[in-house]
Each structure stands twice: as C-alpha cells, then as structure tokens.
Design a binder for this molecule. Structure first.
Ligand code: VG1
Ligand code: CO
Length: 543
C-alpha cells in the first residue's frame, strides 16, 4: 500500500460554524472537498503523526464512505491508531467519552446533528480535542486558515477497512480498532446514576416512550433503557439508525417530534416521553400532558441533580448559552453557586468544565450536559430526569409546578425564520445593530426598552474573546428578546429570535407560552420588521 500525494487547491467557504463544517452532502461528496477539509484539520492541529484519534458518526448518508477516506488519510499521514465505532457509528457524546476514556489526541465526528440526511440533505464533520470537546475557537481558526492554504493531501491507496466486526486490523502502518459503540458509554451512565432506583421505577409500572427518530441513539437507548433498566421492549421507538433518518428531520422538538408530542398530550400518554437528535447530543423531555422547555429542563436538573449519585456532592457551578433563559440563573442564585453565560455552541463550555468551574451546562436548543463528557448528551439528560423522577416519586407536571412556584417561571420561546436570503438577513441584523444605542427608553410593542447591546464574551478561564454573538434587547419588567443568525444552516440564513419573560405571580404560572410572550413577540417584530421585510406571515419553526 502506497501513500500518495494528491494535488489540490483551496476550496472557498470551508469555514467551520457553531459546530464544525456543515454543508449539503453533495458538496461534501464533490471532488477533493472532504479530503481538503480533513487535510486542513490535520494541518490545523499540527499533524497526526504518531497520534490516536477516535472516528465515528451518526450513520447518515455518506458516513460510511467518508470514514474510509478519513482512515486512509490518517494512515498516510502516519497516525498510530484509529478507534472507530462498529459500522462507523458513534453518538457525539459517546465519541467524546471514548476520546477521554482512552486518552486519545482527539477525534473526528461525522454529523450534521438534527439536520436531515441523504444525498440532497446535510453532512458535517468536526474535530474534537483531547478533552473530548469541540475544538476551541483558536483551533477552529487555525483549521479554517489551513483550508485556505491546502495545496495537496496525502492518502493511502488501499481497499476499504472492514468496520462491521469488532477487533483490530492494520491499514498501512496504522492500527484500526473497531469498538462497540455502546458499551463504554453505557458503563459510564451506570456510574453516574442510580440504576437500581430507575429499575425499581420501571418495575413498579412506570411507562415511557423514547423516540430515537431513526437516528443514532436507538442502540444506546435500547441497551440502557430496555436491557439494563428493564423498560418494556418497545419503549424505544424508531430505534434503528437509518442513513436518511426514515426520511424525517431528527430534531427533538415539538414540531419534528410531533408523534411523540401527540402521544404525550393524549389520553393514552405514558408517564414520561423523550427524544434525541441525529447524533444523540440533544434531548426533548415531555411528561404526561406537560412539555418541558430545554431552558426549564436545565433549571430543574440543576435544582435536583444532587439526587443522582454523581452529583450528590453538589454542583461547582452551572453555565448556559446567552440565548438560553435565565431560569437556571435563579436556581444558581438560590443555591449560592456561580452561573456563567457563554456564546452559543458547546465549545464555549469546555474551559469551564475542564477548570471545574461548572458541573452542568445547557442550551435552549435542547442541549444539556455535564462534566462527564465534553459534549451535550441526550441520553444522559433523559437518565438524569429518570433518576430524579425515581428519587422523588413525583410526576413531571408536579415537578414543574413546584419548580415554578419556588423560582418563578421564565416563559420562553424561540422563533426561527429559515432559508432567508443571506443578504437580507445581514441587513436586518445590521440595521438593528446600528440602532442599539438609541433604543433604551424607547417603546416597542407596548414595552419600554431598558437596555440593548451586542453580546461579546471573554472566557473567564483562558481569557480568549468572542465578539458579535447576538443582539440583546431587555425590557422594563424583566423581558428580553435576542436576535442571532444561525451558524449551522446550509441554505441561506436562519434568523433566530429568542423570547423570554419572567413571571413570579403565583396565579400566572400556567399560561400558554405564546400568549404569555405576546408583548415581547410584538416588540421583537417592531424592532426588526422581520415579518414585513421577509414577507413571512410568521416564523417557520416555533419551539
Ligand atoms: C444550533 C443551536 C446551538 C447548538 C448548535 C449545535 O446552533 O442553536 O445551541 O449548540 O446548533 O447543535 P446555531 O448556530 O444554528 O444556532 V447540534 O445538536 O449540532 O450538535
Ligand atoms: Co446534535
């Protein structure tokens, strides 16, 4: 087998976004596209000679082909070992765990997360560092810089490696180790949570549905919930990962997980419902007749985490992304622990977790996690909820009602305007940005603006900075609207509007969120003219 050097030239636009490089699958399949980017990752991290990397993905279309290319390129560049999930499958949190557990030099994760998969849908690739977390902004910048310099890449001329059976083989001088994608992850979960208590809960007749959405968590959820915890077979539905996610949109929210929502709101609802996304790092939590927003879920988990063995000693601190609601801040304040506010994207939690400053982290986009790995973790969140339900014996609805009575309720919703013309989206954001300084004390939608700014961040651990992380407008009375452009889309621009209002009056804690937020929604429209300018009647997705 010979390593050859293939001439290439830089390809425009290989700029990693919120979570690695995401493009249409056909773009990734284009000549040299994947190879250029992989070579840029290698160059950006100082080469892979002698290194060990974890490689795996969510099983979407092109996952299998891309992994073979990556392995040949690793071998050609002198990597010592590749640890690959069987059949190329690894959930994102399981990959993070493997990187940490095996003490590797990092890993390559193939996924476009919650975006649909298929030849005409989305694909993605990202590098995670030795701590198991997404590459920092600094490393990401070096990778992007390398994409603009790449003139050739090295690749082995070789046959495909058989990834269907566990064990070791060699590819050139590199060892390829194919591992069970579930085993190490399931063992970690068993260390963190009170499996006996959860087993007793199920044995007592507690019912659940977990919708894996034809994505990567199926095998994990089956192994853990059904095989280890005794949930009845069939608890996990859509459990076989498929390259196009059954033609669906593996995004665990009330829109895309509608069958689960319908079940949970109906007469035959089980006690507990949950779903996860394409690569297994997101979660949706829903009780019988009671949807839990991700921001509230983070707050409830923070308030009750001590009920699980791994967190019995209390939390060092919590962190949330800026657009996430302030619900967890109220819990942190009551508990006397620090609460950090970071830019969107899990990469910003890494330093806080590594430094032991934060134990739990979360994002409004259905991401919750802890210091057990360096990614958000869908199945972990579901298990922590189960641990809390088992320990308290309460229902989800009761827990939520108690929580709001104690801490107040941060009514919250995100409105997404998708596939907006990129130029128009920039113009709308630029226009609001230019007016931020003039907004305080003016009226919008019947509310008075109290403050407005553009969010910038200085990492309290390493001092690195990030600017331009979203426009924030606060209103008198404690409401807030945030405006941001998505960094994960592959078509046009997605404008995200995050809406929030705190309510503490005991008789006003059970309103319909869109109704409770109506004044903030009106204010957001008045500030941006988003509907008018895009010609849309309303948002494409409301979560
Ligand atoms: C979105 C979410 C963000 C999340 C990111 C990756 O980013 O808003 O909270 O971290 O997706 O999630 P953006 O830039 O489109 O708003 V996933 O499950 O890709 O790994
Ligand atoms: Co994801």
């Amino acid at each position: 087998m010979d390593a050859i050097s293939v001439e290439t030239s830089p390809i425009e636009g290989q700029k990693p976004g919120t979570s690695g490089l995401r493009k249409k699958t056909r773009v990734f399949m284009g000549p040299h596209y994947l190879e250029n980017y992989v070579q840029a990752i290698f160059d950006g991290i100082g080469g892979v000679a002698g290194k060990t990397l974890v490689v795996g993905g969510d099983g979407r279309y092109f996952n299998d082909r891309a992994i073979q290319v990556i392995l040949r390129m690793m071998a050609a560049s002198g990597a010592a070992r590749a640890i690959v999930g069987q059949d190329g499958i690894l959930s994102t949190p399981a990959a993070s765990n493997l990187i940490r557990k095996r003490g590797t030099d990092g890993g390559l994760i193939l996924s476009a997360s919650h975006n649909p998969g298929g030849p005409d849908e989305d694909f993605g690739l990202k590098y995670n560092g030795p701590n198991g977390g997404p590459a920092s902004e600094g490393v990401t910048d070096r990778i992007f810089a390398a994409t603009k310099e790449v003139r050739s890449y090295r690749i082995l001329e070789a046959q495909d490696v058989d990834l269907s059976a566990q064990g070791e083989s060699s590819l050139g001088g590199m060892v390829v180790e194919v591992v069970d994608p579930v085993a190490d992850y399931a063992a970690l979960m068993e260390e963190l949570f009170d499996f006996d208590a959860i087993r007793a809960l199920f044995a007592g007749g507690f019912t659940m549905r977990f919708d894996a959405m034809h994505a990567v968590t199926g095998p994990y959820a089956r192994a853990i919930l059904e095989e280890r915890l005794g949930a009845v077979p069939g608890t996990v539905v859509n459990a076989v990962p498929s390259p196009d996610f059954g033609g669906g949109h593996p995004d665990p929210n009330p829109i895309w997980a509608k069958p689960l929502m319908d079940l949970m709101m109906g007469a035959d609802a089980p006690d507990f419902g949950a779903a996860s996304d394409g690569d297994g790092d997101r979660n949706m939590i829903v009780g019988r007749g009671c949807y839990v927003t991700p921001s509230d879920s983070l707050a409830v988990l923070a308030a009750n985490a001590h009920l699980a063995p791994a967190y019995a000693g209390g939390l060092a601190g919590v962190a949330r992304s800026m657009p996430t609601s302030g619900a967890v801040d109220r819990v942190a304040e009551a508990m006397g622990i620090d609460c950090y506010e970071t830019p969107t994207g899990w990469k910003f939690f890494g330093t806080l977790l590594d430094a032991g400053r934060a134990t739990l982290c979360g994002e409004e986009s259905a991401g919750t996690g802890s210091d057990h790995v360096r990614e958000k973790d869908g199945v972990w969140a579901v298990l922590l909820w189960l641990n809390i339900l088992a320990s308290t014996g309460r229902s989800v609805a009761d827990l939520m009602a108690d929580h709001w009575t104690r801490f107040g309720r941060n009514y919250y919703s995100r409105h997404d305007y998708e596939a907006v013309d990129a130029g128009l989206a920039e113009e709308i954001m630029g226009d609001l940005s230019a007016r931020l300084g003039d907004l305080p004390e003016t009226m919008a939608g019947g509310l008075t603006v109290s403050a407005a700014d553009e969010f910038g961040y200085t990492d309290p651990v390493d001092g690195s900075t990030a600017s331009g992380q979203g426009l924030r407008v606060w209103f008198e009375g404690g409401a807030r609207a945030v405006f941001r452009l998505s960094g994960t889309g592959t078509e046009g621009a997605t404008v995200r509007v995050y809406l929030e209002r705190l309510e503490t009056a005991p008789d006003a804690l059970h309103q319909e969120p869109q109704a409770a937020l109506a004044p903030v929604i009106a204010a957001a429209e008045e500030l941006t003219g988003l509907r008018a300018k895009t010609g849309r009647a309303g948002p494409d997705v409301v979560t």
